[in-house]
Design a binder for this molecule. Structure first.
Ligand SMILES: [Zn+2]
Length: 281
């Protein structure tokens, strides 16, 4: 049997369906979730990248951007380069995320003292990054936790916040909004906020909620032991002074959409997605 005949034989038995073709194309391309609110801001680029379009092997397939979960260093470097290329930015800055409430100001001095680990600049441990520098992408790594983008189009300041349930309990979003005000003069009513794909109310089960969550979160209980952290973040942002119409929640659950997103709850050992916010360089 010659090669062409063999090919016809094979394709005849395994026709490529439209669904299969789409899936293959998805997995080869870098794809990111974007927010309508932020697409309207001149000079801003952003995205919560899906797991597609990277080079990491399972269980990190494919666009894993975390160095510390067991994936190969070279694969993560290549993935980070693809993220930068997709957004056309020259520099990515990330912190070691510890589910704390430390906020880092990313200015020239911080960049000079940070570690350069190609192709990402590492700040000391912390879960929120703030900058007004152009061409400096703020990277938060997620797999179920929220990345919350904050943008002040007036003062031209941005923040990217890693907000898991501990961040919600610690009131991290309020802390960042206050710092934006005291450090840069940002008015909360000017801020735009976007909450990325993350653990949805469908899958946010907290069996130990009496011990882990404050009583005020009971208002966001959707059924026994389940909580709506999308609504919790929206409520915290409004309490911090943001306008309701300035908040966009992706409302995409990372557990339910595990084909597109990494999910720590759904998969255990897995990759981390890149959530990036930057002024153009
Ligand atoms: Zn879900």
């Amino acid at each position: 049997m010659d090669t062409m005949l063999a090919l016809r034989y094979i394709t005849g038995f395994f026709p490529l369906s439209h669904t299969y073709m789409n899936r293959t194309q998805d997995e080869r391309q870098v794809i990111r979730h974007e927010f309508q609110l932020l697409k309207q801001v001149p000079g801003l680029v952003h995205g919560v990248f899906t797991r597609h379009g990277g080079v990491s092997r399972p269980p990190y397939a494919a666009l894993n951007v975390a160095f510390n979960n067991g994936d190969s260093f070279e694969a993560v470097c290549e993935n980070l380069s693809r993220v930068k290329d997709a957004l056309r930015i020259s520099q990515l800055v990330a912190g070691i995320q510890v589910h704390g409430d430390t906020v880092h100001l990313v200015d020239d001095e911080a960049l000079r003292s940070a570690k350069n680990r190609y192709p990402v600049v590492l700040t000391p441990p912390g879960d929120a990054l703030v900058t007004n520098l152009k061409g400096t992408g703020l990277l938060i790594k997620i797999a179920d936790c929220q990345a919350v983008f904050l943008v002040d189009p007036v003062r031209e300041v941005i923040a990217n916040v890693h907000c898991g349930w501990r961040g919600s309990v610690n009131g991290l979003l309020l802390k960042v909004v206050r710092l934006l005000n005291t450090r840069y003069g940002c008015r909360p009513e000017d801020l735009l906020a976007a909450v990325g794909p993350s653990l949805g109310p469908c899958c946010a089960e907290f069996r130990n909620y009496r011990r882990e969550l404050p009583p005020s979160f009971l208002a966001f209980q959707t059924k026994p032991e389940y909580f709506d952290f999308w609504a919790i973040s929206r409520g915290q942002l409004i309490n911090a002074g943001l306008l309701s119409e300035h908040i966009e929640v992706a409302e995409r659950c990372t557990v339910c959409e595990s084909r597109h997103f990494f999910s720590y709850r759904g998969e255990g050992t897995t990759g981390r997605m890149a959530a990036v916010l930057s002024w153009k360089g």
